[in-house]
Design a protein around this ligand. Structure first.
Ligand SMILES: [Ca+2]
Ligand SMILES: [Ca+2]
Ligand SMILES: [Ca+2]
Ligand SMILES: [Ca+2]
Length: 352
């Protein structure tokens, strides 16, 4: 019988190195070598103590070294973003908030009480949908946006819905009511004070219509701003472009690890990433799991219905997603429509 020391002497050096490369001291499913490479703690499964293991965060493109950043309850997909890299020394250089600029970052709280940063969604094509609960055309646009989100989210499409008002003009928005009534699963971001919306519409002389839509490309360049109907052809063009490269090395068995941990990501993300031979072996047993991994994709609601516009007749002014524009006051061609909608009390012209 061979003694252990004899076995070690017989085994090829390459085998021993491979074993060392895939050792996982803390059992978090990231090998020690990968953890050393990305800067997480090899002895602690949840380096930043936010309830999610290093693997649950890294494999889902969250920051394992920042307790403020972790998988959202809303289950929104991520791509690698310099903003969330553990090194903490990378940033997205932005220009401003006008068409053609790489958008400045901003931050709002979603309906689960969690902060959403625009730059969290670097690598995706973003539609900013600005509306209010009292606005009939905004309500009509919601389920349309949800359908596109479900169709295209795996390609990297994200909708960020800024909600300015509640059921009456000037009333506070209720993001749960809005999401549940319309069956929306993308981030709903109340912005009654117009901290973010106000910046985007600054160029519109103070008058603007809702709903309105802005589109940002994968590198955060603002492609179109303040449009209606939603420029989905721009979205689809931009989805066809490659995402910017962010160094985010993944173990070569990342797909297996994600399946084990229940982490969902965009289906095409792996080819954008650098895969390295630093994967740990899956034992089949469960690993220490703090916060429950990737969340499910938000509520499934009905497609609206039953809603009565508080100060109108309950009818919609038209299909704003791909049809009748819900106008901006400064546009002569649409001012007649604006007046008509204003009389009906169902469409939005809002003064800042
Ligand atoms: Ca580890
Ligand atoms: Ca670790
Ligand atoms: Ca963590
Ligand atoms: Ca974290």
């Amino acid at each position: 019988m061979l003694r252990p020391s004899r076995i070690a002497a017989i085994l090829p050096l390459s085998f021993l190195l491979a074993c060392a490369g895939t050792a996982d001291e803390d059992g978090d499913l990231l090998s020690d070598n990968l953890e050393l490479l990305i800067g997480t703690n090899t002895e602690i499964a949840d380096s930043d103590g936010d309830g999610f293991t290093d693997a649950e965060e890294w494999l889902g493109y969250f920051n394992p070294m920042d307790s403020e950043d972790h998988p959202h309850e809303g289950g929104y997909y991520r791509m690698p973003s310099p903003l969330n890299h553990p090194s903490g020394d990378q940033e997205i250089e932005s220009d401003g908030l006008s068409e053609g600029d790489i958008s400045d970052n901003w931050q709002l709280t979603d309906r689960f009480g969690e902060l959403v940063d625009l730059h969290d969604y670097y690598g995706q094509v973003i539609l900013i949908d600005m509306g209010a609960e009292w606005c009939g055309p905004c309500r009509a646009a919601g389920p349309e946006a949800e359908a596109e989100y479900q169709d295209l989210r795996e390609e990297g499409f994200m909708v960020l819905n800024l909600l300015l008002d509640g059921l009456t003009y000037g009333a506070p928005p209720d993001p749960d009511r809005w999401a549940d009534d319309l069956g929306l699963s993308f981030p709903i971001l109340p912005d009654q004070a117009m901290d973010v919306a106000g910046d985007y519409i600054e160029s519109t002389d103070g008058n603007f219509g809702i709903p309105n839509f802005s589109v940002l490309g994968r590198d955060m360049t603002i492609a179109q701003i303040y449009e209606n109907p939603a420029p989905m052809n721009t979205v689809e063009d931009l989805l066809g472009e490659d995402g910017p490269y962010v160094e985010w090395p993944l173990p070569e068995n990342a797909a297996d690890l994600r399946e084990e941990l229940g982490i969902e990501v965009h289906h095409h993300d792996l080819h954008l990433q650098e895969n390295i031979d630093l994967g740990v072996e899956l034992a089949g047993a469960g690993v220490a799991s703090g916060g429950g991994g990737a969340a499910s994709g938000g509520g499934e609601g009905t497609g609206g219905g039953g809603f009565t516009v508080a100060n109108g007749d309950g009818s919609y002014a038209g299909p704003p997603w791909g049809g009748v524009a819900c106008n901006q006051a400064s546009s002569p061609s649409s001012s007649l429509l604006a007046l008509l909608f204003g009389l009906l009390g169902v469409a939005g012209i809002r003064r800042r």
